[in-house]
Design a protein around this ligand. Structure first.
Ligand code: KIV
Length: 272
């Protein structure tokens, strides 16, 4: 019997650019823990995002703002232990990169060193340009995030579609070019009109990964718990549910409770 560990062809930032050039779409999903990361990676998803959506999904906060750098590092390190192939991108959380480029670099270095993540993601355009450059200069790959940027939710006031008006659309296009020029390897575009997203994707050489940004971009990302149907109350138009885990899990828990209470579980074969 061979004891050799199976070799995986790892996805790198270069793989993603090559995929864009070949016209091959990029798949990306979130994960925040070891078990989910193993399943997502094993299913062949190209990029795993340790999103600050962990603040909502894992911790039950209303926004992504409360999650800390230490908590993101904990989630990212758990994910990394479950991954053989996917590229793992880790969100730098709110308050850990906005005040100055040195702080941004320190946060990115902590993520890379303490979690083993492969790249970081930051929200924003020209206002964080110096921070992006500083992180990139240290050899850390950066993914940008434009459009609806949840860390700025109190500035926007709502989670509705961004950049519907010409002025905001123009600013978004400029920011996307700026992030590409600065050296970002990819950009997430969240909740913007499909036509604008396609235009941005066509104007850039780096991949644009959409969420609620239509089909004219280079890849798609969803929050795993949403696409599995675990979060019943979240129903944006862009979300396609591939399972109804909420109902499936509820039924399993009810059946377990019934079996425990009736004395059916454990039976003779389930004991020592
Ligand atoms: O935190 C997150 O899950 C994200 C995705 C929605 C892109 O940023």
């Amino acid at each position: 019997m061979s004891t050799a560990k199976k070799e995986y062809k790892r996805i790198t930032t270069k793989t993603l650019v090559d995929m864009k050039n070949r016209g091959e779409k990029i798949s990306m999903l979130t994960a925040y823990d070891f078990t989910m990361a193993q399943i997502v990676d094993g299913a062949g998803i190209d990029v795993i995002l340790v999103g600050d959506s962990a603040s909502n999904v894992m911790a039950g906060h209303e926004t992504t703002l409360p999650i800390t750098l230490d908590q993101m590092i904990y989630h990212a390190a758990s994910v990394i232990r479950g991954v053989n192939r996917s590229l793992v991108v880790v969100d730098i959380p709110f308050g850990s990169y906005q005040s100055d480029p040195k702080e941004a670099l320190r946060s990115a270095i902590r993520i890379m060193k303490e979690s083993g993540g492969h790249a970081v993601k930051v929200e924003g355009g020209k206002e964080i340009k110096e921070s992006v450059k500083r992180i990139l200069n240290a050899g850390i790959p950066v993914m940008g995030h434009l459009g609806l940027t949840p860390q700025s939710i109190y500035k926007f006031g709502t989670y509705t579609v961004r950049a519907k008006e010409d002025e905001e659309a123009e600013a978004l296009k400029q920011d996307a070019l700026l992030l590409e020029k600065a050296g970002c390897f990819a950009i997430v575009l969240e909740k913007v009109p499909a036509k604008l997203a396609e235009e941005v994707a066509k104007s850039l050489t780096i991949p644009v990964i959409g969420i609620g940004a239509g089909n004219g971009v280079d890849g798609q990302v969803l929050v795993t718990h949403d696409m599995l149907g675990m979060t019943h109350e979240f129903n944006p138009r862009f979300l396609r549910r591939y399972l109804d885990m909420h109902d499936a899990m509820t039924n399993a828990f009810k059946n377990y409770s019934k079996d425990v209470k009736s004395g059916d579980f454990p039976n003779e074969e389930e004991q020592y």
